[in-house]
Design a protein around this ligand. Structure first.
Ligand code: SDX
Length: 428
């Protein structure tokens, strides 16, 4: 007999079905609640509300587990690549070598931007926020590929997906070069995904940038670790925009805007700013932790805490190890790493953080790797968006073509004025 939840409202009793996921997560299905009872539920911030059933990514926040299509993130970080993981997320299985070659060729074929799109960068003044540029240029892909706007055609989806994964990298590099006032470097067809990105970022007209393979691998793992994270704020945005029938370019451009926030993808920038200001002001870790605990101060330990993880974010553990290894390999020291490790130690030993289950999240150490790669802080959230692109695409596809969900339209509880008469201007 399937489990039901019993709800009593006054004298009336209602049975609500319970949905059980493949990892034994239990949810009360309230899709008929209003019809049955006239009541809705209220859950500001959706901390207790599932927006969908999904088979893409599984997170167990209590045990610090993250799996893409069932594959543990630790195994993917150790043995996979960003492009192979993108295939896993979007098409649901690890590719064969033929599939991987074909996918990689597809990405290489689509890595260039149309010349008019390249000129699009000229309209942005120097110092334009890279996330604003990224969102605008991604949205404008709809102008250059109108044939890919039919959101009911799965074949066109595959084409749009490959263009997005490949072009987001070119757009990111171009926005950096344009902002620096430097010559835009075209992608190189012989280089793999991450090496090509670093080439477009740091090569000069007279000299190709040849990155240390350890740095290329570190970037590959960093992007892979950011590739998806179930129904986070920006992914929920992509699914919501897509649910209206909007095209994939418009949906991911909206996801970029949501990711920009400092509580979300913008936190990787906020972590580095926090660490740099602690160093510049010579504040001790002990004093800074005290400031964070003082609610009046209104400051947070950026890169700490998570809506879902009540244990270590497994990505933070991997990134921390990667950061230490990369700095050792390139024989470079970064004072921010030592400071971050000291802050982590102090926070994890402090009851304020322990009582609230606050642990380092994906953003706490990622900036150390990005700095070792020579990527400016202003580009950190763009890197997050580059990594998250396959997850946004996979989730958009699932909502449109798998669950074929309804348009997302939450309810509300109205708390404004009850009916009042209109007062003509002459009487106001
Ligand atoms: C990402 O959702 C995802 O999966 C996101 C992400 C992904 O891959 O897509 O994982 C990426 O966005 C990671 C999070 C990056 N953001 C930050 O590092 C910003 C700092 N962290 C927070 O602001 C906060 O922890 C959030 C936004 C991440 C989560 O916020 P919640 O779940 O709404 O938690 P909350 O604000 O209700 O906090 C609960 C308590 C509060 O204290 P009390 O009111 O109970 O006394 O914990 C405190 C908060 O003040 N708290 C913190 C804190 N985070 C929460 N106190 C100090 N420092 C912090 N970082």
């Amino acid at each position: 007999m399937p489990e039901t939840a019993n709800l009593q409202l006054g004298e009336k009793k209602f049975d609500l079905p319970v949905v059980v996921g493949s990892e034994n997560e239990h949810a009360i299905d309230i899709s008929k609640l209003r019809d049955q009872t006239g009541y809705i539920t209220l859950d500001e911030g959706y901390g207790n509300t599932g927006s969908c059933q999904s088979s893409i990514t599984f997170i167990d926040g209590d045990r610090g587990i993250l799996r893409y299509r069932g594959v543990p993130i630790e195994d993917l970080a150790e043995q996979s690549s960003f492009i192979e993981t993108a295939h896993l997320l979007i098409w649901g299985q690890l590719p064969s070598s033929e599939q991987l070659d074909s996918f990689s060729r597809h990405l290489t074929h689509h890595q260039f931007l149309r010349e008019q799109l390249r000129q699009h960068f000229e309209v942005f003044p120097p110092g334009s926020p890279p996330m604003a540029v990224l969102s605008a240029v991604l949205n404008s892909l709809a102008c250059f590929y109108p044939e890919l706007l039919d959101t009911e055609d799965e074949e066109l989806f595959e084409e749009a997906a490959a263009r997005l994964i490949s072009k987001v990298r070119t757009i990111a590099a171009y926005s950096y070069k344009h902002d620096m006032g430097h010559y835009l470097v075209y992608p190189h067809p012989e280089k793999d995904f991450c090496e090509n990105f670093l080439h477009m970022m740091f090569s000069e007209p007279y000299r190709d940038y040849e990155p240390d393979p350890a740095l290329v691998r570190a970037l590959d793992v960093l992007l892979l670790l950011h590739a998806d994270h179930e129904q986070n704020c920006s992914t929920s945005t992509v699914r919501m925009v897509g649910s209206s029938g909007a095209n994939l370019f418009a949906s991911v451009a909206a996801g970029v805007s949501a990711l920009w926030g400092r509580l979300h993808g913008g936190a990787n920038v906020a972590v580095v700013s926090m660490l740099e200001s602690i160093l510049e002001q010579g504040i001790s870790v002990k004093d800074y932790v005290q400031q964070v605990k003082d609610k009046e101060a209104g400051i947070r330990l950026m890169g700490f805490g998570h809506r879902v993880y009540r244990n270590f974010d497994p990505r933070a553990k991997i990134i921390k190890k990667q950061a230490e290894a990369v700095l050792a390999k390139i024989q470079r020291d970064d004072p921010l790493l030592g400071l971050a490790e000291e802050l982590e130690g102090a926070a994890l030993a402090d009851d304020y953080f322990k009582e609230r289950s606050l642990y380092p999240n994906v953003d706490f150490y990622s900036g150390v790797i990005l700095r070792a790669l020579g990527i400016p802080t202003s580009m950190f959230t763009v890197m997050f968006a580059m990594g998250r692109m396959p997850g946004w695409i996979a989730q958009w596809y699932e909502d449109r073509f798998v669950t074929r969900g309804r348009i997302h339209r939450p309810r509300q509880v109205y708390t404004g004025p009850t009916e009042v008469c209109y007062v003509p201007l002459s009487h106001r």
